[in-house]
Design a protein around this ligand. Sequence first.
Ligand code: 3PG
Length: 209
Amino acid sequence: MDNILEQLEKKRIVPVVVLRNIADAKPLAKALCEGGLPCAEITFRTEAALDCIQIMSEEFPKMLVGAGTVLTTAHADQAMKAGAKFIVSPGFNPTVVKHCIKKKYPIIPGVNNPSDIEAALSFGLTFVKFFPAEASGGLEMIKALSAPYPQMRFMPTGGITPENLHTYLAFEKVAACGGTWMVKDELLKLQNFEEVKRLTEDALRTIRS
Ligand code: 3PG
């Protein structure tokens, strides 16, 4: 579990993806890899999610493919069976968290307040998603939460943009940022994978500068 979280932390950015067509899995994975970010959180918001996780994991074995919006233990099991390397949920669901820990699945639950963080800590988890980041107070909130809980590492997601990405990542408690800005629905509809690649390269350039 720790190894996967370390790998995510090294990536610094996690593209959050909503895929409606199974056929998009391969070209999207290719674009992200060529853009320099072999990583994706495929959200369980579409029928295609599970197949897309499987295709990306099988055809791009070096890619760090995880499952997002995991709301049930059944989805967590299906995702891991399909090849997901980590599980992300938008909120703190103790049933899902307990199940993932028992099965040794890397789980990143969502939090946005002190009570959620204490729930995570009670399960020994110190790597959490901060969601929805901008609507929950953004970086100021993460800084405030880091005072009583200095052991926490946050993955803010929700409202992260190329403009605010750098500011979030500059704070030492922010392990990585997640977001959909590199894989917008319009781009998938237009099959514009070149633009996905360009936005990915841009994001990496931002964090290197
Ligand atoms: C998520 O699924 O984690 C968020 O919806 C991503 O939010 P964004 O679209 O603002 O990046």
